[in-house]
Design a protein around this ligand. Structure first.
Ligand code: TRP
Length: 343
């Protein structure tokens, strides 16, 4: 992996004076740790009991998973981050020009907020930034860093699963809202989930809104497959970390070495799929239950849907949005789409 050539997030941004005064914390409804554990156990039990075993991808992102994901984004094989950042750099002035004075930037699944500073630098008219993420650690780190770099900006982080019911903090009251959803995360929903998310974003952002969505485009299979099975094995470790998390948090006894990482292109569904494939017949215990895996049996852990400009516009339309603009990167191609509420 060529980490050296890939800038760390702070290098994307211009750095302002160091201060922590800009950091404002809003109270937000947070599942208690115990509740989170119970939902995790429930999802593991039902997912591993299903005929086609599967787990929801949101559980990838514990502290190790979040760091491995950042490492994936810096591999040479994973083009999505690189192409999207290059594209954002090229079009950010145009994006920023359509952001109203005093608007609030709301980012869904902000993680380390690596791309956000491109927008924050180009749109000083923003009054507040609301990063929403399921990982409190990632949010803390990112908020502290941004508070130092943008002392005039009200930073109001929300620890939440952005697929659930969302309430914005007071900083967003009465202001126009611009949603930011980069990284092709929209591709990690199934069709119904994507429409549901886009509808709920439409509702949370209100009538004055715009939504900027990073969308990965259909391309040749070799490029796609390499992106989800990088030559340094970082994606494989990321995938298997899910088993390690189950072991730690749900008293599991998975042997991660007894599973292989598999990435495959499902052309009929227009999606990349990630699986963990059992290397042998084996019995695994987790969350107080026992699960049998046959040799070669797959545990489906992630989908990443790839779109065309038309297929994405259609999806957005079903959720009450129309495409007002679409920008496409150099190869390997990804798109940045600006959505407006349907008239
Ligand atoms: N949303 C991105 C994508 O689908 C990131 C992602 C999610 C990802 N899960 C992944 C990238 C697993 C690599 C491997 O491309």
């Amino acid at each position: 992996m060529n980490l050296a050539s890939f800038p760390m997030p702070e290098q994307y941004c211009s750095s302002a004076e160091e201060t922590l005064l800009g950091l404002v914390r809003e109270a937000s409804p947070i599942d208690s740790q115990a509740d989170a554990r119970v939902s995790f156990a429930g999802d593991v039990i039902s997912g591993l009991s299903a005929r086609h075993k599967q787990l929801p991808p949101k559980y990838f992102y514990d502290a190790t998973g979040s760091h491995l994901f950042e490492a994936i984004c810096r591999t040479d094989d994973y083009y999505v981050t690189r192409s999207e950042i290059a594209l954002l750099r090229n079009v950010v002035a145009e994006l920023a020009a359509s952001i109203p004075d005093g608007a609030v930037l709301v980012e869904f699944g902000s993680g380390e907020s690596a791309k956000t500073c491109l927008l924050l630098d180009a749109a000083p008219q923003l009054s507040a930034y609301v990063p929403i993420d399921i990982s409190a650690d990632a949010l803390d780190e990112a908020s502290a860093r941004l508070a130092g770099d943008y002392p005039q900006l009200n930073i109001a982080p929300v620890v939440a699963d952005f697929t659930g019911q969302l309430r914005l903090p007071a900083a967003a009251d009465g202001r126009p809202r611009v949603g930011f959803f980069p990284g092709s995360t929209i591709g990690n929903f199934d069709k119904e989930g994507a429409v549901r998310f886009l509808r709920s974003a439409r509702q949370v952002l209100g009538d004055q809104a715009a939504l900027l969505v990073g969308v990965d485009l259909v391309k040749d299979e070799a490029t796609l497959s390499a992106a989800y099975d990088d030559s340094h094995g970082v994606t494989a470790r990321f995938n298997k970390n899910l088993l390690i998390r189950i072991n730690r948090e749900l008293s599991g006894d998975f042997d991660p070495e007894a599973f292989d990482h598999l990435a495959l292109w499902n052309v009929a569904e227009s999606r990349m799929e990630m699986h963990l494939v059992s290397c042998k017949d084996q019995i695994v215990n987790a969350a107080g239950h026992t699960f049998a895996f046959r040799s070669g049996e797959r545990l489906h852990t992630e989908n990443s849907y790839k779109f065309t400009a038309d297929s994405f516009a259609q999806l957005a339309a079903e959720a009450g949005w129309s495409v007002s603009n679409i920008w496409i990167s150099d190869e390997p191609r990804v798109a940045m789409v600006r959505l407006e509420p349907h008239p």
